[in-house]
Design a protein around this ligand. Structure first.
Ligand SMILES: *Cc1c(COP(=O)(O)O)cnc(C)c1O
Length: 231
């Protein structure tokens, strides 16, 4: 088991390096976030032993449990799932990053609840780039107003944008949706916001996301295997 997680991380990392090179980008310009949702703390510990430090979780309870269990390890926890207002406190107290900011109200709560003993919570605004009603994220035309409001909150540091494109094999559709996010990022940079993070790309579309400018890929299945949901 240890071997297989370590080997999977090595092979995903090799894939990232190859995609960076193919896109003419510097080696090491894309970070790997290991998405450990549904997997036990022991799997996170194995990935940690293989050198992985940044982990992504989608469910507040799971984040809380694993962060407590693995408190002795120097892990950077990223919350990447939908966040309701009654759960913001746990995330504000536990996570280092939140990728899924889509409303100002949630951002305000996170800012207020961030303990002053901790550095600001690092956040990305999630954009709905596919236009699908079922998808989380703010609409691209709402991003500018939200970004400026989030950037002004004292407990948060706005780092960039995140998206989950449509689940499709169509390379052109994917490229257009990734490009939409990069375009919004460029606009915000021109406004003077310093954004260094483009969170896009998962197990199946990592290379396309890197070609489109991703700086952080969120990879679960290719590291930990297929997920089994118990509920
Ligand atoms: C589950 C999840 C991932 C990882 O997806 P894989 O296809 O397993 O790599 C990435 N980002 C978000 C927001 C997720 O919920």
């Amino acid at each position: 088991m240890s071997d297989s997680i370590a080997q999977a991380i090595a092979s995903v990392t090799a894939g990232i390096r190859a995609a960076e090179a193919a896109a003419g980008r510097a080696a090491g310009s894309v970070r790997l976030l290991a998405v450990s949702k549904t997997f036990p703390a022991s799997a996170v510990a194995e990935a940690y032993a293989a050198g992985q430090r940044a982990f992504g979780e989608n469910y507040v309870q799971e984040l809380q449990g694993k962060a407590a269990e693995l408190a002795a390890l120097d892990i950077e926890w990223h919350f990447i799932g939908p966040l309701q207002s009654n759960k913001t406190r746990i995330v504000a107290e536990t996570a280092h990053w939140v990728h899924s900011i889509e409303r100002l109200k949630i951002a305000q709560r996170l800012s207020e609840q961030r303990p002053s003993s901790l550095p600001p919570l690092q956040v990305c605004i999630q954009l709905n780039v596919s236009g699908e009603q079922s998808k989380s994220g703010c609409q691209p035309h709402e991003a500018r107003e939200l970004a400026h409001a989030v950037a002004a909150l004292p407990g948060l540091q706005l780092r960039g944008l995140m998206c989950i494109p449509e689940a499709t094999d169509n390379a052109e559709t994917l490229a257009a949706q990734f490009a939409l996010l990069s375009g919004v990022r460029d606009e915000l940079q021109q406004d003077g916001l310093k954004l260094d993070t483009v969170s896009m790309g998962m197990s199946s579309d990592m290379a396309q996301a890197i070609a489109a400018g991703s700086t952080m890929v969120r990879v679960g299945t290719a590291i930990f295997g297929a997920r089994h949901y118990s509920q």
